[in-house]
Design a protein around this ligand. Structure first.
Ligand SMILES: [Zn+2]
Length: 276
């Protein structure tokens, strides 16, 4: 079990996830969190900082160090940057711990007061939670499940550009699971709402923690069953069925969206081969 209060020793080689305002200190040469013994690194006195044990990465402990926005004490270790930059490293386990660091920091900064009775909350020392001693309300980090689905129709894949996507970047459909909803139902509902079509044969592929700010992406592939494409103009700017060999710009490697598109490509290529 994770012991959130575990403290690092001065000569303990560890990974340091230094977070301020949702950004993470990353090395200048390579976008990696600093790693090594605190006593031998250009680090300030860590007893001045709130530290949370996050877990292990390749047999080394990982610690979250909560810094303040604009803190220059870590400048020799790197610069504050977006956790997203870590995707380029192609290390899933490292990205997962960084995602945890960002979400724990978000949790602690947004749960200082009780949502039920308004008094100051306190950290629980044996689990990662905030507790109100006045009314006994206890909070855990918020995780928002979200489905993400790559849909095919023959050799074509449905891709769309959301309102917040950069110009020219197309991705698969995604949407949040609503309170009280089964994930199967979210899949049908989101695809119908966003694209006006019915799907069949949904297949679970995998999940990815997506700390912007606290989503858990649950990835599927599925097949078109019926209906004409009718995009939701409130959510999507543009979208269409694209031939698997003529895709527009799609999300980068390391994202679950890319993994789902690659999965469909492999499936389609294998079918083409077996037909000779
Ligand atoms: Zn309370």
């Amino acid at each position: 079990m994770t012991k959130p209060n575990q403290r690092p020793g001065p000569n303990e080689p560890a990974w340091w996830f230094i977070v301020a305002a949702g950004e993470l200190v990353l090395g200048r040469d390579e976008p990696l969190p600093p790693h090594g013994m605190a006593a031998q690194m250009p680090m300030p006195d860590l007893s001045e900082y709130k530290i949370v044990f996050l877990g292990e990465l390749r047999e080394r402990n990982c610690y979250l160090v909560l810094a303040d926005y604009g803190d220059t004490q870590f400048a020799e270790l790197g610069e504050f940057g977006n956790v997203r930059e870590l995707l380029t490293v192609g290390d899933e386990a490292l990205f997962a711990i960084a995602a945890r660091a960002k979400q724990v920091s978000e949790f602690l900064s947004t749960h200082r007061f009780c949502g039920r009775c308004g008094v100051r909350m306190h950290e629980v020392d044996w689990e990662l939670a905030m507790h109100c001693h006045s009314c006994q309300h206890r909070c855990y980090p918020r995780i928002s499940p979200c489905i993400i689905v790559a849909i095919r129709k023959g050799r074509q894949v449905l891709l769309a550009r959301g309102k917040r996507h950069p110009e020219g970047l197309f991705s698969v459909l995604a949407g949040f699971v609503e309170a009280g909803e089964a994930i199967e139902r979210t899949l049908e509902r989101e695809v119908m709402e966003e694209a006006g079509i019915k799907i069949k044969n949904p297949r679970f592929v995998g999940t990815q923690s997506w700390p912007f700010p606290h989503s858990l992406m649950i990835g599927f592939t599925a097949e078109w069953e019926s209906g004409e494409l009718r995009l939701d103009p409130f959510e999507l700017e543009e979208g269409d069925w694209f031939d698997i060999d003529k895709l527009p710009r799609i999300p980068s490697a390391g994202t679950i969206a890319r993994r789902l598109i690659d999965r469909l490509k492999t499936e389609i290529d294998q079918e083409t081969e077996s037909r000779g």
